[in-house]
Design a protein. Structure first.
Length: 530
């Protein structure tokens, strides 16, 4: 059993999603330094909506399964020392005539005060959870989430939704309506088309409303969509699904043809299939098939985030425990990682400021041609460059790179994390070389970016060598054919910082093809740093 937390350990909160198909738990510790730590993620299939939808009544056995799992999850959260459990129930519960009976059982057996959310509120929470884990930039996205009893849709950008809707279409609902209990035979095309026709009829008004909104990309979430994407990755890419993969309409149709041709038992053995979903996957796939067809979506990105992540985001925004600054979610994700590792935030902020100033002034002088995207990655690399210190000072560059590359940084793709990791790795004395596995693993474009970014990070780190923030400004003021002039401004003694720059003159010359000339306190123009 985990130890009881002390007051200095922060506040522990559980977030529980009681869905039509499964119960999910997210257990989080909110730390005093304004970061949070995911303690555990749990999921258990309970089939709460099984047999419900014809009569709108939760079945006794289904309620028993759900209450038992909820009680166990609640006990687990309390064993960790959870001060609060935020629990919501969705489609199966909100439509059930015996909803009050179910909620009473949860209160009595699991000591949970469960809030039943409306379809649009469910869509809003899913939007919060999914949008907080993907980098949309200036794009507007369509969000699709196919649950056991309902499908939620939203349209919005990184920070705000503009449309929410819910459809009474879900994997368990459609399985109950179109297939007999225990039916396991392959599904003929004519029968699958009947399911699609029903989905098309139920979704017609929702589709008409969605067509009135403009969006640049589509993002799908939920176990159904993740499973379909996983099967497609194994079928077409011959490897497991990765978060940067998209699921095309053609791939989806091929996956559906394969699944329909198999019995339920055979479906369980399909590479990428979650065996628990083999009997309900066709119903969920039909919803996605129709929506992609009607909305003319060529493909969609896939997210593993969902409602329980939205509950966390909602909690962070509404309570003092989040302590969130008014910053972008990508920077918030980086700070969350840094604070979880106990980084020196003051030093990291100083290095970030100096690195970006070096980047900007060098760009003005056309020392490089990198843009705002690379600038953003440099800033994040600077914030996290010393992250590995929490493991060991020795070889902390490599430790930092490993953590950055493998951390769950929300909104970053694998390429971005690999660039940031390599930039942090080479902010010391070693130069990036192809014989280094981390550098060799990058594509040609990414290697070129890292060569430039790591130089700015090296210089910025040296300019805060004492961790005292004595250097106020560091600017490139001239870039001639054979030399680049770096001007250092400080009202205090910064000799230690100036000495540190000498270690990087060779690397600077190799990347920028110019000699680095430093001007600063106690220096004369054109005099080489010593």
């Amino acid at each position: 059993m985990p130890p009881e937390p002390t007051s200095s350990d922060g506040r522990i909160v559980g977030f529980m999603d009681i869905g039509t198909n499964a119960v999910r738990l997210l257990l989080v510790r909110f730390n005093p330094n304004r970061s949070y730590t995911i303690l555990t993620r749990q999921r258990e299939a309970v089939r709460l909506g099984e047999g419900e939808f014809p009569e709108q009544r939760l079945q006794q056995q289904a309620m028993h399964r759900a209450v038992l799992v909820c009680a166990r999850f609640a006990d687990m959260a309390r064993s960790y020392g959870a001060a609060e459990i935020v629990a919501v129930a969705t489609s199966a519960s909100r439509e059930a005539e015996n909803q009050r009976r179910f909620l009473k059982l949860l209160e009595q057996k699991a000591r949970l005060d469960v809030r039943v959310v409306s379809g649009k509120e469910e869509a809003r929470l899913i939007y919060l959870g999914v949008s907080s884990g993907v980098n949309l930039g200036g794009q507007r996205a369509l969000f699709l989430d196919i649950g056991g009893g309902s499908t939620e849709v939203a349209v919005g950008d990184q920070h705000q939704y503009e449309h929410l809707d819910t459809l009474k279409l879900g994997a368990i609902r459609l399985t109950t309506l179109f297939f007999l209990p225990g039916e396991t035979d392959p599904i003929p095309p004519a029968r699958y088309n009947l399911v699609k026709a029903y989905v098309r009829n139920i979704s017609v008004r929702a589709v008409q409303k969605l067509r009135q909104h403009k969006f640049d990309i589509a993002i799908g979430s939920s176990g159904t969509i993740v499973t379909l994407a996983e099967i497609a990755a194994r079928l077409f890419r011959k490897r497991p699904w990765r978060k940067e993969d998209t699921l095309s309409r053609e791939q989806l149709r091929e996956v559906i043809r394969l699944l329909c041709s198999l019995s339920t038992e055979e479906r369980r053995s399909v590479p990428g299939m979650n065996p628990e979903r083999a009997d309900i996957i066709i119903g969920g796939a039909a919803v996605l098939d129709v929506l992609m067809e009607e909305l003319k979506l060529p493909d969609l990105r896939v997210s593993e985030r969902g409602l329980r992540d939205g509950l966390l985001m909602e909690y962070l925004s509404r309570t003092e425990h989040g302590g969130l600054e008014p910053i972008g979610f990508r920077e918030r994700s980086v700070l969350q990682l840094g604070r979880s590792c106990g980084f020196n935030e003051a030093h990291a902020r100083t290095v970030e400021r100096l690195a970006l100033e070096l980047f900007d002034t060098a760009r003005e002088l056309r020392l490089h041609r990198l843009g705002d995207w690379q600038r953003e990655l440099l800033g994040y690399s600077a914030l996290l460059h010393d992250l590995g210190m929490f493991l060991s000072y020795d070889n902390h560059n490599a430790h930092s790179a490993y953590v950055i590359r493998n951390a769950e940084l929300l909104g970053f793709d694998q390429t971005e994390q690999a660039i940031m990791a390599a930039t942090a790795l080479f902010h010391g004395k070693a130069l990036p070389r192809k014989k280094n596995p981390e550098f060799a693993a990058l594509d040609k474009r990414s290697r070129a970016i890292v060569r430039v970014l790591c130089i700015f990070l090296r210089l910025a780190e040296s300019l805060d060598r004492s961790h005292m923030g004595v250097v106020e400004h560091a600017r490139f003021t001239a870039a001639r054919r054979k030399r680049a002039v770096l001007e250092i401004q400080s009202a205090q003694d910064c000799q230690l910082e100036l000495w540190g720059l000498a270690n990087h003159e060779k690397a600077f010359s190799k990347v920028f093809k110019r000699k680095l000339v430093v001007e600063g306190p106690g220096r004369t123009g054109g005099k080489k740093s010593e």
